[in-house]
Design a protein around this ligand. Structure first.
Ligand SMILES: [Zn+2]
Length: 419
């Protein structure tokens, strides 16, 4: 049951909005977006802003060796593991003001709201800024949360290099965020991540809150088609081993496979490079990226198997070789039913229209979920657009999401009855 003293508690929507606009200046672009690559000077400035704000309120601030920032507000029972809230402050090269940032700033808003109302929780609350969720400067993404749960070894993560050859370890030292805490040492009882939906469903259905109960599995490949370079004028069509034409068939096969598993199934080729890239030479090689996503393990497995079979068929038919190198994958995952129930209850109690949904994107919550009971809250974003400078969400929806975050973590952490 919600505690009578907290039932009507609400975050300060204007302050949350003002913090979103203030931090958007750290890496703000002319088109109104944000360019804040992880561990850059802009990232240092937004991190310093967050830490200063936390210290001003007297919270404990911890930095771990992969640069994750932990901001902890004590509970009545210091023996209990903290309930975590968190997301990321880094952005894509042409990112927006909300992706990741909303989840961190709403967490700060929750802590400050509880201070002002003089409310103590039984378990501590901990706000986390996870390092390098975006994976834009250093691959892979979700690096801080993957290291936290032990999926990626700390030494491996610190050795990742950006395009200029700078390592994560060097970049952390350069901005003063190479902390000493051991990633994973701080235990959490639960985690709730608030995030914009980055898709069109909530807006289309006129809903305010998505209770995210599952996330799509993802399979990433680096692919290559090898044929034979030859003269564009003298090589008869029947004697060509054209890598680009074989790739074109492969691309359409990927689309066909994803469409056969729609609406949940999606498949994308985001990059392709044709070699040698001369108008007078039949292409000998195409290197490309390919990814498939699906929330159901059975469908997800079938998509991968069907793609392999198509790759073999096309290679044989066109006398080329096709390789699909699986470079990263995440199995479909279910979030914690208990944490999702706390989110749904918080939305219902505020009279906010909500639905259960599946995340098509990867998030820090997906990594953390393997070690900590976790679920997510989605709020609508305009036209479902994200990873774009035009990314937009309303004050009202951001505030609604932050209030659901507040009441979810109050339920999970327990409100003190000792007063
Ligand atoms: Zn994000």
């Amino acid at each position: 049951m919600p505690d009578a003293s907290t039932a009507n508690l609400a975050i300060n929507a204007e302050r949350l909005w003002s913090n979103i606009m203030t931090t958007a200046a750290f890496g703000g672009t002319l088109k109104g977006g944000v360019r804040r690559l992880t561990l850059s000077e802009e990232d240092r400035r937004v991190r310093d802003w967050l830490v200063a704000r936390a210290q001003a309120s007297g919270y404990e601030v911890g930095i771990d060796r992969i640069g994750n920032i932990y901001i902890q507000r004590p509970g009545r029972d210091p023996g209990r593991a903290a309930v975590a809230m968190g997301s990321h402050l880094d952005t894509q090269p042409t990112g927006g003001k909300f992706d990741g940032i909303l989840g961190v700033l709403a967490g700060l808003e929750v802590l400050e709201t509880l201070d002002e109302a003089g409310i103590a929780t039984e378990a501590p609350l901990c706000l986390v800024d996870w390092t390098n969720e975006e994976g834009a400067r250093f691959a892979p993404g979700e690096l801080g949360s993957e290291v936290y749960v032990g999926h990626v070894a700390l030494e491996t993560a610190l050795a990742c290099r950006d395009a200029e050859g700078v390592t994560v370890g060097e970049a952390l030292s350069a901005i003063g965020y190479a902390g000493t805490e051991v990633p994973g040492a701080r235990r959490f009882a639960a985690m709730v991540e608030l995030h914009i939906e980055q898709g069109p469903l909530l807006e289309a259905e006129n809903l305010t809150i998505g209770v995210v109960t599952a996330a799509k599995g993802q399979q990433w490949y680096n692919g290559m088609v090898s044929g034979r370079e030859s003269h564009a004028g003298t090589t008869p069509m029947t004697l060509r081993r054209d890598a680009l034409m074989a790739f074109a068939e492969l691309a359409l096969a990927a689309e066909r496979i994803a469409s056969a598993h729609a609406p949940d199934g999606v498949g994308t080729i985001g990059m392709a490079e044709v070699s040698p890239g001369s108008r007078n030479t039949v292409p000998g090689e195409v290197r490309f990226s390919l990814e498939f996503r699906h929330p159901d393990p059975d469908h997800f497995g079938r998509m991968r198997a069907e793609m392999r079979a198509e790759a073999e068929r096309i290679a044989a038919a066109r006398d080329v070789t096709v390789t699909l190198d699986p470079i990263w994958s995440m199995e479909p995952l279910s979030f914690s039913p208990d944490v999702a129930a706390a989110i749904a209850q918080a939305a219902a109690a505020r009279g906010l229209p909500y639905r259960e949904m599946t995340s098509g994107a990867g998030h820090d919550a997906c990594a953390v979920a393997s070690a900590v009971p976790t679920a997510m809250i989605f709020v609508p974003c305009k036209d479902g657009i994200s990873h774009n400078e035009a990314e937009s969400a309303t004050l009202k929806d951001c505030a609604a999401g932050a209030n659901v975050l507040l009441h979810s973590v109050l339920a999970l952490a327990g409100v003190s009855h000792h007063d």
